[in-house]
Design a protein. Structure first.
Lengths: 330, 373
């Protein structure tokens, strides 16, 4: 057992997978000579050479598509998209091609590849570099979308994604790269499509993923000190979505708050709320609340940025308000 | 000499192709030159090109018929008028070479070696089709012959083909990728990004632009600032050349030379094959935007009829021999239609069988009226 950063967990796992399978190679902008915009691939060019760590031109559609084509012939590319904002330039190759290769041709080919990319705001990067648009990919059958929140999950889900024969969008988050956590030495791959109950509780269910799953845990700690037992669910996988785990929890607690970094209208939380309505309608003691980003192009100025993004404070407030509503009913 | 745009280090040279590509073509003048070029191919090969071109012609005519009979749905884009290009290109490839095409690919599927019955069955949406009926006209696929897909999104196949060439290079294989596209595709970003990547990384891929001067109803002159499309290659220090797409022998020679060069050196190339689209963009398009002169030129340039008379005048075929090939091809297409018609429709119970290659927990298998819980 070691305590390492989320960044280190990604780096170490990539390195191990490259050592164990020569078909695994890395492709993306600035991942080699520059060692990665966020240094996930530091040292790997030196260790593995240009064939395995391929710096690309600034041509997302071209190199993501090239990775899809290489995957169709049996290689296992790990694409780094510098941030999820730039993935939009490769949308056609991800949605119209990677996601369709297996189904459209009747199972004759497939695209075993991992698209690593960080989302997240809060770094004063402005409107075009701060988005959380994982929903665009979670919407698409044929893709799998995972969103680890801890170093251990980053490792377990990256292993699972590399072992998978389908295209997996692997969502990282700028605010998580420096976070630390325990990573067991022998960690089996996670199961894609499964959520985790990361903290059991009985009074209320808090559901998050990626950065907001870690915020949910902090808020649950604080609520514990206030005498409230909150159950925290980390979705881990956005497609498929583990509705059973969500609904089982809400049937137990009778109320839920969803914490998401994306925008509220049509966001990931909307699907979760609908799922809770589908599976736990009779058990609900209060409306399902969503804590999500304000619906604006994210401003640069710090006070405006801070006001727009969900936080531990805003989540705590929503939980207390929901519990108040429950108190009125119970 | 063929028109070429090339970087100095390219080893491609000595083209015997003819100057072509002007819209109105001078077909008779070209024919005389072609008769001399026929000598470069064996009579058996020439007769087989004619057989394959006739097969594509008859097949596509039957596809149009099947579409009007509502046996075929969706979009249906035909290779009518492009038979010489299709057969010339495919004859330049080994079976182990890979092919990526756009959505106008029935002829390519046939010429790459897929049984006509499988191709027709895909159009009919049957389980025996090239993609088990899941792809349709635009999405044929066959691992056995190396057809790695027809693609319905303009330009979508170009990055994929470049990636397949990357995989070949990664493994040190000797296969080559041929990436077919239409003239309109040269204006999409994926074209530029992939041409640059292929040249930058020395990938064994030949980009073939089939220039029929029409992207749906938009002419090359309306859409391309440089209408001599092969010249685009210069921007990537890539060899580019133009060939008469109505001349199967010329197409085969040019494609074969570029494919073998790519095989030996890993260098990509671009080939522009100029031809005519005899009918509308798809079966349902009456092509009212075409001038009577242009439509007449397309009819006059009919590469199947022209090749037939060339072979007869060169003594490679006689009238009876040509008719015999046409009867055989007709029988093949009749058999393909019967095979497609007799093949089963996919069972709705198989709807969720091909969403994921690796089964995954909590995969949604809900039909429209099913409750989530």
């Amino acid at each position: 057992m070691a305590v390492i950063t989320y960044r280190q967990a990604l780096h170490d796992t990539l390195r191990e997978e490259m050592l164990s399978d020569e078909n695994v190679f890395l492709i993306g902008e600035e991942i080699g000579v520059f060692e990665g915009s966020y240094k996930i691939t530091a040292g790997l060019l030196e260790e593995f050479g240009e064939k395995r760590v391929r710096d690309t031109p600034i041509a997302e559609e071209g190199f993501v598509g090239a990775a899809v084509g290489a995957a169709m012939l049996g290689l296992r590319p790990v694409v780094e998209l510098m941030t999820i904002n730039f993935s939009l330039l490769a949308l056609d190759q991800i949605v119209n091609h990677a996601a369709k290769i297996y189904g459209m041709f009747g199972g004759q080919s497939n695209a075993p590849m991992v698209l690593r990319t960080p989302g997240g705001g809060g770094q004063q990067l402005g409107a075009t570099h701060s988005q959380n648009i994982e929903l665009y990919y979670a919407f698409v059958p044929g893709l799998k979308v995972v969103a680890p929140s801890t170093p251990a999950d980053a490792r377990a889900l990256l292993k699972a994604s590399l072992a998978d024969n389908d295209p997996v969008l692997f969502l990282e988050n700028l605010a998580l790269y420096n976070t630390k956590g325990e990573v067991p030495d022998e960690l089996p791959p996670a199961e894609i499509g499964k959520a985790g109950v990361t903290r059991p509780g009985s009074d209320i269910t808090i559901i998050g993923y990626s950065r907001m799953a870690t915020v949910a845990t902090q808020v649950a700690d604080q609520l514990g000190e206030e005498g409230i037992s909150a159950e925290v669910i980390d979705l881990r996988s956005l497609r498929p979505l583990d509705r059973e785990t969500l609904v089982d929890s809400v049937r137990k607690t009778g109320c839920a708050v969803i914490a998401e970094d994306d925008w509220l209208t049509y966001g990931i939380g909307a699907e979760i709320a609908a799922s809770i309505s589908d599976g736990a309608f009779d058990y609900l003691d209060a409306p399902v609340r969503r804590v999500a980003a304000a619906e604006v192009p994210l401003p640069y100025a710090k006070p405006l940025e801070r006001a727009a993004l969900p936080s531990a404070e805003s989540l705590h407030t929503a939980v207390r308000q929901t519990l108040d509503a429950v108190g009125h009913r119970r | 000499m063929a028109e070429t745009a090339t970087r100095s280090k390219s080893a491609t040279s000595g083209s015997k192709g003819r100057r072509s590509g002007t819209r109105s073509g001078g077909n008779r003048v070209q024919q005389r030159q072609e008769n001399t070029a026929l000598a470069s191919e064996s009579p058996e090969a020439l007769r087989d090109y004619f057989r394959q071109m006739s097969l594509v012609r008859r097949f596509e005519e039957r596809a149009a018929q099947g579409y009007t009979q509502a046996k075929i749905g969706g979009y249906c884009h035909l290779n009518l008028g492009e038979e010489a290009t299709v057969v010339g290109l495919m004859s330049a490839l080994r079976r182990s070479d890979y092919l990526f095409t756009n959505y106008r690919e029935h002829g390519y599927a046939l010429a790459k070696g897929i049984e006509p019955g499988k191709v027709m069955a895909e159009l009919y949406g049957r389980t025996t089709g090239t993609s088990k009926g899941l792809g349709g006209s635009m999405h044929m696929f066959d691992t056995e012959v190396g057809l790695l897909g027809g693609y319905g999104i303009v330009g979508g196949q170009i990055p994929l083909a470049t990636g397949a060439a990357l995989a070949i290079d990664y493994r040190g294989g000797d296969e080559v990728v041929l990436c077919q596209m239409g003239d309109g595709t040269t204006n999409i970003g994926a074209f530029h990004e992939s041409m640059n990547i292929a040249a930058l990384w020395n990938l064994p891929v030949v980009f073939v632009v089939v220039n029929n001067y029409l992207g749906m109803g938009t002419t090359v002159d309306m859409s391309s600032a440089e209408s001599e499309l092969y010249k685009r290659a210069v921007a990537y220090r890539m060899h580019g050349e133009r060939v008469d797409g109505n001349d199967v022998v010329a197409v085969r020679e040019a494609a074969g030379r570029l494919v073998e060069h790519a095989r030996k050196t890993g260098q990509p190339a671009m080939l522009e094959a100029v031809s005519h689209r005899m009918k509308g963009h798809s079966v349902v398009d009456p092509a009212k935007y075409r001038s009577p002169e242009d439509a007449e030129a397309a009819r006059e340039a009919d590469p199947v009829a022209a090749f037939r008379s060339q072979l007869i005048s060169a003594g490679v075929l006689d009238e009876d021999g040509a008719a015999e090939i046409e009867r055989t091809v007709q029988a093949d297409v009749d058999a393909a239609v019967a095979f497609a018609d007799d093949s089963p429709h996919p069972d709705p119970a198989t709807l969720f069988d091909y969403t994921y290659a690796t089964p995954v927990a909590n995969d949604s298998r809900r039909l429209p009226a099913d409750p989530v819980f």
